[in-house]
Design a protein. Structure first.
Lengths: 1084, 482
């Protein structure tokens, strides 16, 4: 409770300081209104230009035009000229001459509209010159819906980008993969680069004990969306060639916001989001706890009838007692035998965990046995996320600075889970001399919270929801948490803690400090050559605690674990950049640079299994010696790289790159590796004289690239790990990974062909990319037969090929004065094939999904992510075959499915009417299988609706077989005749027949991903209240599952976190969240 | 100014160049976490602990299948539902590989006693594994680091047994019984005489296990040991039985059988109805009171039939607290009574062990009572115990050996499968209705990981052992001839 209070106080303080800022700037900006000038800024055709900048010439004082191109502006006395500017148009300077209305018609800036994107090494380039696919997303696009994890904000927005989130927990991790998985066992996620310096995006679950996990999120989730100016996704090998090894899976380049060059301004934003579960399992409400339709409670430890089982095969709920039931031999014989009186015509009564105790006998007095259909549903609260950002910026000829403060306060749907993130972001650039400029950027991120427990553990609330007997009144448990002696009041003392006791007593606190920053110096030798030197670091220190209170199940004497994680990546690099027009038609540019990357990781953990004093969580409060662990890792890569680009007439472009890496992780004779890339692109619409109104732009691009890759540290030698010494005797064990004999670097070769066409004056923009890649010599730890004395070996294995197609279509069906409609469609398909492993191995065991029924394998000739397991044996009629006793046959191991989707796509429609905008994003994933432990366990526990209902005889499946009840498997006997052997579901439900196939679902879905309604205040109105701009928006995310083939779970949710080994299975996680909220943004 | 700036750049480049040196890569890539070289005895320590925990667990399927203790809620395994998704061959990359490493290093050091210890432990582990699965990788196993042999072929159980005998005899021969290898040997505190006794007693167990399929070898082997006590010393009293004692107060190395009394898991060791009935039937209340606790509600001994759900725990008997669930409960690796039961069966076969069947049989039972400091009373004259009471003497030996082996699930299950005793009436237990007509479980299912990682060799092994039904029923293993 104390923790909660300090948390509250901290937030209050924060809120007060934000308010103070607000007041200060409101008063500071409302002092100077004298003359008012208004007007309209239009393009050549007279259409208003929204967002054009209007400034008092040679000052930073100004405004921007509204959606219609209108502006109103308070000009201080003595101002002479106004300047009007808009991207792609020539800046105009107009004298005021005491006019009160100034209309301006802007003219296009010389040539074609330039679309500038940031590419590798932070080099800005004209998009049309690129020979590979990039996709850039405006920072606002990411911030608009107030996603706390920026990866989630990318879902459905980009072709070839696969997003997996884990669940609706606070701080939950998400996964991003570009163009499929090329590495069999590696990370496969792209490299995240912030302002030119790589950062950590690992997905780490803190594992505590055998089953307890805490999903610590993914590293990139620390990047504050409010500070992102632009995000560029470099998809193929070419785009990433200059980033080396770690860019092999693509690169996500993030440019943070810089200070505005247009003078002092303040932006204040708040986004508040409300979250509710999107989908809960379909629970049954007809039978309560117990077995054999029998139950009465004594102690929850199997002291009563079946009160030690948490399964729902007990008596009928809400059952009105009939006269014949209480006759000897009647249906309720067991209740009668136990001496519980029943009244005919009233609901069956049995002693329950919350029945009152008779003060004379000490026995529980029977109470009505009734259903609580919403017990789980009501447990989830409305999650609230509030993100507040204040950004100050100033700039001018001297340079610019920006300071941004962000508070993100997340309260989870699960009681007492929360995460508060405070981010301070700074950027500044200035000229030290005429030729030397300096730039520094940095973020400090402080995260604190109490996260969900995860994993197959009683401390994961998501798991208890699936194992809760259906009559349990969680409302009662909420109001009756603890006994006077501190022991929890539970509905079943043997297996589960009181859910509320657990959430408030058993905590998973996280605290993290992270600093990401870099500083650079740039020297401009002359107009064609410059040199940049830069150093940056990403440092974080994180602690994750596991607090288990006294009296809990499994931890009667409490438990305390603290794990500390320290990560640091430092990059130092230099770059010479040159660009020179050799002739009027031919421009040559080149870069040469070097990088030194050093990565350090340390983790330190201490566990105390029994505490002396309850409720004190420290390592000294130990009833037995603390168990300590320590692990550290370091690696370094040194690189030199260069690139040459040629531009002929702005039509034909050629790029060549080369990079050599030296990695500390490879054997000394193989630790240096070189890889080149080449791309060409031709804007043929410029070369030929084409009707520009109809066919506005045409480009073809071609690329070939190689990217080398190293491995993890310390894989070259056999090592022994230490166990706790036995008395005074050390105890060591050989690590079960067989070290490699000769390891060489991995090499991924990729090819790419792309087309970009624009029609009807750019109103239709069509971009198509075809690619293929081949990853060879993959360094991986292959599972081998344990009988070889090792469970895995490090090898250079084979070849994985990916090929795919990406399509992006942008259209503007309606562009009118006041109304526009834009459609963006993206679609992509990727196919991974395992072509070869190595000489010895033809099938690799990658990982097992939750419940161990499915093994994800790499099989020569198969696809990446093939799921193998045991399924049904089918008759030629297509139905599963059953034994003579009605039990289905279980097949040998065979391929049952695949983790990876067949294709993904998204369609976004956006409408703008005056200041109002509406956008609707729908995305889809087709294919990709998920093994559902929710369904497997829920069927066995009887909690799900799938365990009730009528059988083919029209009799409830749970009724005795002798009375026509029983469960019939829809199969046939070996001879093809239909199965007619009914099974007593209660006795049969744990039978594991065909378990791999039986609970495997096609994870296809269509989701209403995002809806946003925005409104910008007309600037004329905004300026009246002292603001430059004001925007208001309402948004919703993850709003509806429009189509899916799964039951009882959201196909997007995985079981533990978003890491690779969690893909393709689900269980025991909390539901994903349906989010709705609003956002206000004020610019002063 | 310009000069200064150029100096600045040059110094930056110099710093980069100075750090950019790949010479220290090898040092950087040497793990600071784990050692690359350790004393071989520390590997033996690790293996001994692992072995004691692996083959003498009291919460495992085999304990239930032996009908010693059963579970009242987690009946999945008790009901024979075990599949290859739950089994593994991790013994190989665990203690077996550690012993293999230790053996190589001890040989280099010419420490013959330690070599012998690794051989004995390896043989002990392999016998347990092959008794679970049948044919397993043996001659080609543990050689991943030798010529990258990563697909070990499976050897027949018969050939493995033959080699176990060779290895144990060699170990016995190389031991200096007066030597002590020190406290790194956490089983016998370095006492090499104890190792000699254990090795030769283990040989007896192996010979008897194979006696129904290769009586000649068994006879010769057992007679050789029984006839040469100076060359082949064996466990010859309760005091020199092979027991592993733990460190009671240690958080990590207290008895693995200890259970926090308030922990829910305590209720999973319910005494089986079969055991309670068996002991009551023979008026064996002395040992029953050690093996089991009276039910909380009734104060009576009430067992639970294998695979039964839905009974009230306070109505049931739980495994004995003092001997088997305490902080200092030892792991009973091999007992004196077992050696005597082997002699009793050998003598009944007409083999010369220097004792009559009756002498050995009665001495064995006596040893079992002595193990717990119990007075045998009139037990030997109980109707179903009396060697000359009319009951088949082979059955009597089988019955008594089984009850004396409690709670050693591995040996109990193996002996039930080999001898068919005690006779088990399946219809009384719910497992029968789950697998109608399949009978009792006959073997541990091969791990599914072998299906993927060692496919061809597993297929070959399965083809060589026809008649296996549903991974675990049907044909028994080599020495199990029904």
């Amino acid at each position: 409770m104390e923790r909660k209070l300090t948390h509250l106080i901290n937030n209050k303080l924060y809120a007060i300081s934000v308010m103070a800022f607000l007041l200060f700037f409101l008063s500071a900006t409302s002092g100077f209104a004298q003359a008012i000038i208004s007007g309209k800024v239009t393009d050549e055709t007279g259409i208003g230009l929204p967002g054009a900048t209007v400034l008092i010439h040679n000052s930073t004082n100004g405004t921007i035009t509204d959606i219609d191109g209108n502006y109103t502006f308070s000009v201080p006395e003595g101002s002479e000229k106004l300047s009007f500017s808009f991207i792609g148009y020539e800046t105009q300077i107009v004298s005021i001459n005491s006019a009160s209305v100034i209309n301006v018609k802007m003219e296009q800036d010389g040539k074609v509209l330039q679309e500038v994107v940031v590419t590798a090494l932070g080099i800005s380039r004209d998009k049309k010159s690129l020979g590979y696919a990039v996709q850039d997303i405006d920072g606002d696009e990411i911030y608009k819906t107030a996603e706390t994890n920026l990866i989630n904000a990318l879902a459905g927005k980009s072709a070839g980008v696969y997003i997996n989130n884990s669940n609706g927990n606070v701080g939950a991790s998400s996964r991003i993969v570009i163009r499929g998985n090329s590495s069999l066992t590696g990370n496969n996620q792209p490299l995240f680069v912030v302002d030119g310096v790589p950062i950590d995006n690992s997905i780490v679950s803190s594992k505590q004990g055998n089953y307890d996990f805490t999903d610590m999120g993914n590293g990139a989730a620390d990047i504050n969306p409010a500070d992102i100016a632009e995000l560029t996704i470099l998809k193929g090998g070419n785009a990433a060639a200059l980033y080396g090894s770690r860019g092999a899976n693509g690169v996500v380049l993030i440019t943070t916001k810089s200070g505005s060059k247009k003078g002092f301004n303040v932006v204040i934003e708040n986004a508040t989001t409300f979250s509710n579960p999107l989908l809960l399992p379909d629970f049954q409400n007809e039978y309560g706890q117990g077995g054999g339709q029998q139950f009465w409670y004594k102690d929850g430890l199997n002291g009563g009838k079946n009160d030690g089982v948490d399964e729902s095969f007990g008596p009928r709920l809400d059952y009105v007692v009939k006269a014949e039931d209480i006759q000897p031999g009647g249906r309720l014989y067991w209740a009668i035998e136990a001496g519980f009186p029943q009244t005919v015509g009233e609901i069956l009564s049995v002693p329950q965990f919350n029945s009152p105790i008779d003060p004379f006998t000490g026995e529980r007095i029977p109470t009505p046995w009734i259903s609580h259909p919403d017990n789980v549903k009501n447990f989830y609260e409305t999650g609230i996320t509030s993100i507040t950002n204040v950004a100050l910026s100033n700039g001018g000829e001297w340079g610019s600075i920006r300071l941004s403060l962000t508070n993100s306060d997340q309260k989870g749907m699960v009681p007492n889970t929360n995460q508060v993130k405070n981010t301070i972001n700074f950027s500044g650039q200035t000229k030290l001399t005429e030729k030397l400029s300096f730039e520094a950027r940095g973020s400090y991120i402080n995260t604190k919270g109490n996260l969900n427990g995860a994993g197959y553990t009683f401390n994961n609330i998501g798991m208890q929801t699936l194992w809760t007997a259906r009559q349990v009144d969680w409302e009662y448990l909420k109001n009756n948490v603890e006994n006077p002696d501190g022991t929890p009041i539970s509905w079943i003392n043997r297996w589960h803690n009181n859910p509320y006791w657990m959430q408030y007593k058993n905590l998973n606190p996280q605290a993290k400090n992270r600093m990401i920053g870099n500083a650079s110096l740039k020297y401009q030798f002359n107009d064609w050559l410059n040199f940049t030197a830069r150093a940056g670091t990403d440092y974080s220190n994180e602690s994750v605690e596991l607090i288990r209170a006294y009296h809990g199940i499994n931890d009667r004497e409490g438990k305390y674990i603290v794990n500390n994680y320290y990560r640091q990546e430092t990059n130092a690099d230099f770059l010479f950049s040159a660009s020179k027009a050799i002739s009027t038609d031919f421009t040559l540019s080149g870069n040469f640079g070097g990088n030194l990357m050093n990565q350090k990781y340390r983790t330190q953990g201490s566990t105390v299994n029994r505490l002396v004093v309850p409720d004190v969580y420290s390592l000294s409060n130990a009833n037995e010696p603390a168990i300590a662990s320590y692990f550290q890792r370091e690696k370094e890569i040194q690189s030199l790289y260069g690139s040459v680009s040629a531009d002929y007439k702005g039509q034909l472009f050629l790029d060549l790159t080369g990079r050599n890496d030296w990695s500390s992780t490879l054997p000394s004779n193989n630790n240096s590796y070189f890889y080149p890339s080449a791309t060409a692109s031709w804007v043929f619409s410029e070369t030929f004289d084409i009707n520009q109104d109809l066919f506005s732009f045409g480009k073809v691009r071609l690329g070939w690239a190689q990217v080398g890759n190293d491995t993890d540290p310390y894989r070259l030698n056999a090592t022994y790990s230490a166990a706790t010494p036995y008395g005074n005797n050390p105890s060591f064990s050989l690590n079960p990974t067989l070290p490699p004999l000769n390891l060489v670097n991995e090499l991924i070769t990729s090819k790419e062909l792309g087309f970009n066409f624009k029609f009807f004056q750019n109103r239709i923009d069509f971009d198509l990319t075809l690619y293929e890649s081949s990853a060879k010599n993959q360094i991986l730890s292959a599972a081998i037969s344990e009988t070889a004395g090792y469970n895995s070996m490090v090898i250079n294995a084979g070849q994985v090929d990916n090929n795919g197609i990406e399509l992006i279509l942008n259209g503007s069906p309606i562009v009118a004065n006041n109304f526009s409609w834009d459609v963006t469609l993206n679609w992509s398909k990727n196919r991974s094939m395992v072509i070869a492993l190595n000489d010895d191995v033809d099938r690799l065991n990658l990982y097992k999904t939750e419940g161990n029924q499915i093994t994800v394998v790499a099989d020569v000739g198969g696809a990446y992510g093939d799921m193998w397991g045991r399924g049904f044996v089918y008759h030629e009629s297509g139905k599963p075959i059953v034994y003579a006793n009605g039990v289905p046959l279980t097949s040998e191991m065979r391929k049952l499915g695949n983790v990876m989707p067949d294709w993904i796509g998204g369609i976004n429609n956006s409408f703008n009417y005056k200041g109002i905008s509406l956008s609707v994003l729908i995305d889809a994933k087709v294919g990709g299988d998920v093994w559902s432990r929710t369904n497997a366990d829920g069927w066995a526990t009887g909690a799900l609706k799938s365990t009730i209902g009528l059988n083919a005889n029209g009799v409830p499946v749970r009724d005795p077989i002798s009375e026509g009840g029983g469960w019939l498997f829809d199969g046939v006997f070996e001879n093809g005749t239909p199965n007619n052997i009914y099974k007593d579901l209660d006795g049969f439900r744990w039978n594991g027949f065909a378990k791999g196939e039986r609970w495997l679902y096609d994870g296809t879905y269509v989701k209403l991903r995002q809806v946003m309604l925005g409104y910008s205040l007309p600037s004329s109105f905004a300026s009246k209240i002292g603001m430059r701009a004001a925007e208001l928006s309402l948004f919703g995310r993850n709003l509806a599952l429009l189509y899916s083939k799964t039951e009882n779970f959201d196909p997007e949710v995985s079981n533990r976190d978003a890491s690779q080994s969690s893909q393709g299975s689900e269980f025991g996680s909390n539901p994903s969240a349906r989010n709705m909220g609003f956002r206000v943004r004020l610019t002063f | 100014m310009k000069i200064n700036i150029i100096k600045l750049f040059l110094s930056f480049l110099l710093i980069l160049a100075a750090t950019a040196c790949t010479d220290d890569f090898e040092e950087m890539n040497t793990s600071p976490n784990d050692l690359t070289k350790v004393p071989y005895k520390s590997l033996i320590t690790n293996a001994e602990i692992s072995i004691a925990n692996t083959y003498n667990a009291i919460l495992s399927g085999v304990v239930s299948w032996s009908r010693y203790n059963v579970r009242d809620v987690y009946v999945h395994g008790d009901r024979y539902n075990v599949t290859g998704s739950e089994t593994s061959f991790s013994y190989y990359n665990g203690h077996l590989k550690n012993l293999d490493e230790a053996m190589k290093l001890a040989m280099q050091a010419e420490d013959h006693n330690s070599v012998a210890v690794t051989k004995i432990l390896t043989a002990y582990a392999f016998q347990n594994i092959t008794d679970w699965f049948g044919d397993i990788p043996y001659t080609e196993a543990l050689k991943g680091d030798v010529d990258a042999l990563i697909f070990p072929k499976y050897d027949t159980q018969e050939s493995i047994y033959a080699d176990l005998i060779v290895q144990l005899k060699a170990a016995n021969a190389m031991i200096d019984p007066d030597a002590n290898i020190g406290s790194a040997d956490v089983w016998f505190n370095g006492d090499m005489m104890m190792w000699k006794r254990f090795a030769n007693s283990l040989l007896l167990r192996i010979y008897m296990r194979m006696s129904l399929v290769d009586a000649a070898t068994a006879k010769a082997g057992i007679e050789e040991i029984a006839g040469n006590p100076s060359t082949f010393p064996i466990i010859n009293s309760v005091d020199n039985a092979a027991f592993k004692y733990w460190i009671p107060g240690d958080a990590v190395y207290r008895s693995p059988y200890w259970m926090n009394p308030v922990n829910a898991a305590v209720q999973e060791n319910v005494t089986s109805a079969f055991l309670v009935d068996f002991m009551k039937d023979r008026n064996d209340l002395a040992r029953l009171s050690v093996y089991s606790e009276p039910a909380a509600n009734s104060g009576e001994y009430v067992g639970l039939p294998l695979g039964t759900l839905g009974q009230n725990t306070p109505d049931l008997s739980i495994m004995g607290l003092n001997e088997f669930r305490s902080l200092d409960s030892p792991t009973r690796i091999m007992r004196y009574s077992e050696v005597l039961f082997i002699f009793a069966e050998a003598a009944l076969n007409g083999w010369n062990v220097g004792m009559t069947p009756k002498e050995a049989y009665e001495a064995a039972i006596m040893a079992s009572f002595n193990e717990y400091g119990l007075d045998i009373g009139t037990y030997l004259s109980e109707p179903n115990v009396d060697f000359n009471g009319g009951t088949d003497q082979r059955e009597l030996i089988g019955d008594q050996k089984w009850v004396a082996l409690y709670p050693d699930g591995n040996q109990g299950w193996a002996e039930i499968r080999r001898t068919g005793y005690p006779t088990y009436v399946a219809t009384t237990e719910p497992v029968e209705s789950l697998f109608p007509g399949k009978g009792v479980i006959k073997r541990m299912p091969y791990p599914y990981s072998e299906d993927i990682n060692n496919t061809a060799n597993l297929s070959e092994a399965l083809a060589r052992q026809p008649g296996i039904v549903d991974e675990k029923f049907g044909a028994g293993i080599w020495w199990d001839v029904e």
